[in-house]
Design a protein around this ligand. Sequence first.
Ligand code: FUL
Length: 491
Amino acid sequence: MRTYQFAGLAILAMFVAIGFDGRAAAQVAPPAPFGTLPTEQHLKWHRLEYYGFLHFTVNTFTDREWGEGDESPKVFAPSDLDAQQWADVATSGGMTALILTAKHHDGFCLWPSKYTEHSVKNSPWKDGQGDVVRELSEACRKNGLKMGLYLSPWDRNHAEYARPAYVEYYRNQLRELLTQYGHVCECWYDGANGGSGYYGGARETRKIDARTYYGWEDTWALVRKLQPDCIRFSDAGPDIRWVGNESGYGQDVNWATFNREGRWPGVAPPDSLSHGDAGGTDWVPAEVDVSIRPGWFWHESQNDKVKSVDQLLDLYYSSVGLGCNLLLNVPPDKRGRIHEVDAKNLKELGDVLRATFKTDLAKGRPVIASNVRGKSSEFASTRLTDGDRDTYWAADDDVRSASLEVDLGSAAEFDRVRLEEAIRLGQRVKSFEIEARVDGQWKKIGQGATIGPRRILRLPRVTADRVRVKLNDCLACPTLTTIEVYNSPKR
Ligand code: FUL
């Protein structure tokens, strides 16, 4: 009897010890995944955040935005094409990748495709021996950038466009691009199908049904097979969606979830594009594409209309800051170089971003959380400030609102707060606000709707010793990977 009592006490003591030293934490289960989830490819793509777009083709030399398809390959004559300069500009601007128009609507190919004569191989550039896609892939590799490719579905040059043979041609070209140049991080499928064109000399208007003509499901399966990590963009996915405007703006309400059924490149409702669909059937987050100039292609007449650093910063916060990825177009000029003004503004943008996000004032600081899942150290509030965007704080299953108060130690000046949900488990937050303790008084300094993969708030600069994030409404128990606090350089 005494032995049993002793054993019982020992077990109780062990239980308490586990409870106190936190080892019991391993026994608290993580939150069940909520709703539609991102794939591993999505998770990598979200981290790319901001990258560049290169619009370059015969249009650069004919001073047009859309070529007719009847341009001679002879007009493609860059005098000093330097893909390394493109990559260097991208790196200095803080970009993580570059996406090139391997073929725009005019049908001219920047690589020597074996399926057409309408390409660099019949241009004067490098006596027809050049390959822009290869040069870009090498420069990107050197700079540690990823490379993506735009292959326009609409082809105003091809004689078979609008007939079945063209779809085969399109897929053959995709095969070339996805097997000859190493890793391709993103494929871009534009929704434009204007109708009229050269079409091998027919010079007529050809209409297609955007839902059925291209056989998208088969084309996308081919991409998945050839490049398992490649993200496929169009107005409506399958992996990421267009944000619905070309001015550079995401939305405060931005769900990565989206209902794909019945939506195709060129066919998707504007509201779903910009806001996503709460509780949607697929994970199809928004990408914001916008040009540093009024046009997508370089035009001499627009050299004085390049967006300023302040405009670019606005674009950054209205896209990356709202949980979208930013695809910023910087078109090479007739030399085949990014123009000096564009390069200078981008470098300054990169400098400002690097200085802004250099020192996270919340890193390593304690956080008071209104709730910690199972009181477990695994989901503790310290996960929010451990400098690791892979660990996360989580709340108990029945929680739908929470407060997270970061103690900065002493009063510090700041004007940016960066938040991120543990989206691996689904997107949950519907509304939040941010407060700062200024001279002992709590002040509301910001608010927003969704958080998802990322939210960076541009706030009025304050000097405060505490920052409080209030998650006011969530679809399921909340999770957050980080609360980061920054002070941007004064400009
Ligand atoms: C549009 C195209 O028609 C433009 O020329 C440009 O490529 C832009 C990014 O997408 O739909």
